[in-house]
Design a protein around this ligand. Structure first.
Ligand code: ATP
Ligand code: MG
Length: 318
């Protein structure tokens, strides 16, 4: 039975037959029913938000985990083969040096000339100097791929269920930055101004979602020329804060009230779903924190996440 069923006067009842007292009582019941319905509605949309959020988190997590897993194995053996290859090259260079030491001993003039010509053709001195550089650069590249895979794994935390954990928020921000690097690097420089932070009790992969949403929004707000995204952190009593600021387009005053609403977006169809900030808001709220925005059109936007360092007695899985 809905609140209205109990509050609505019987259809047979005629209002004109009622006394003022009865009408007041029915009106009061209707008002109460209206309040109950609003509450119910609020709970329903809250439940719906949570469902959307967990679905989005789960699918991004699964995707990230799948990609990380697929890349992890080939990168593992490439990295290991690379170590062996470097060793083999060292040996070959040693061998080459030994042969070069023997060159003057080649009695046949034609044979000696042939060796000298080949060395000149392939520019052996340059190769000797460039091969170690190439190997070093490639090794760095592979190491970077390994790091990205590790970040993807950390980001999705496939192996762990969502649990409240004490973590260094800077690690989460850095992992997330690596993941969205491609979205940011052509548009903005990232400036980090990290303070000394205590470890914070949180749901790390959920918070990474918040960082991800804010960083991608910041990058997308920078449209004309190259901009800057500044990430600052700090402590205030029993709370920590993280500011993610950009010097992009800013948010119009009339939109500031709406940006946390689900499905509010100013981005073209297919570019934004308008869910990023509403999900982020829910996640920060779940942590007992606040997500606040300040923005000036044409100058940029700052989002501040404030989180308690410790959760009240809550250590159940999410
Ligand atoms: N840093 C920002 N600068 C300017 N506008 C912003 C910024 N962050 C959010 N907005 C505005 O708030 C709207 C809602 O943001 P939200 O992250 O919820 O959705 P979205 O980015 O449009 O889509 P989605 O995140 O689902 O891909 C954006 O469309 C944009 O108009
Ligand atoms: Mg967004």
């Amino acid at each position: 039975m809905t609140p209205y069923d109990s509050a609505c006067p019987d259809s047979e009842t005629n209002l004109s037959d009622m006394s003022g007292e009865q009408i007041r009582s029915v009106a009061e019941e209707l008002l109460q029913a209206n309040r109950d319905l609003k509450l119910l509605n609020h709970r329903l949309s809250d439940a719906q938000n949570k469902l959307v959020q967990s679905e989005k988190l789960a699918s991004i997590g699964q995707l990230a985990a799948g990609v990380a897993h697929e890349i992890n194995n080939p990168i593992g053996f490439i990295f290991s083969n690379f170590g062996t290859l470097t060793q083999y090259l060292d040996d070959l260079f040693k061998m080459l040096a030994a042969y070069e030491a023997c060159e003057p001993l080649i009695a046949d003039a034609q044979a000696r000339q042939c060796v000298l010509n080949t060395k000149k053709d392939i520019d052996i001195d340059y190769l000797k100097q460039d091969i170690p550089n190439l190997m070093r650069e490639s090794r760095d590249g592979i190491q970077r791929v390994k790091k990205i895979v590790q970040d993807l794994k950390d980001f999705s935390r496939v192996d762990a269920r969502q649990e409240w954990e004490y973590v260094d928020l800077h690690n989460g921000i850095d992992s997330t930055l690596n993941i969205v690097n491609n979205e940011i690097k052509y548009k903005a420089d990232v400036v980090k101004q990290y303070s000394q932070l205590p470890e914070v009790q949180c749901l790390p992969s959920a918070l990474n979602q918040v960082f991800l949403n804010l960083l991608v929004n910041a990058a997308q707000a920078i449209t004309s020329e190259r901009g800057t995204i500044t990430i600052q952190t700090g402590v205030q009593g029993q709370h920590v804060w993280v500011d993610i600021a950009d010097n992009g387009a800013g948010i119009a005053q009339e939109n500031l009230q709406k940006i946390f609403d689900p499905f509010f977006t100013t981005k073209p169809v297919g570019k934004g779903t308008g869910l990023g900030l509403s999900l982020s808001y829910g996640i920060v709220q779940k942590h007992g924190g606040r997500l606040e925005v300040s923005s000036t059109v044409g100058l940029g936007t700052n989002f501040r996440i404030t989180l308690p360092v410790h959760q009240p007695v809550q250590d159940t899985p999410a």
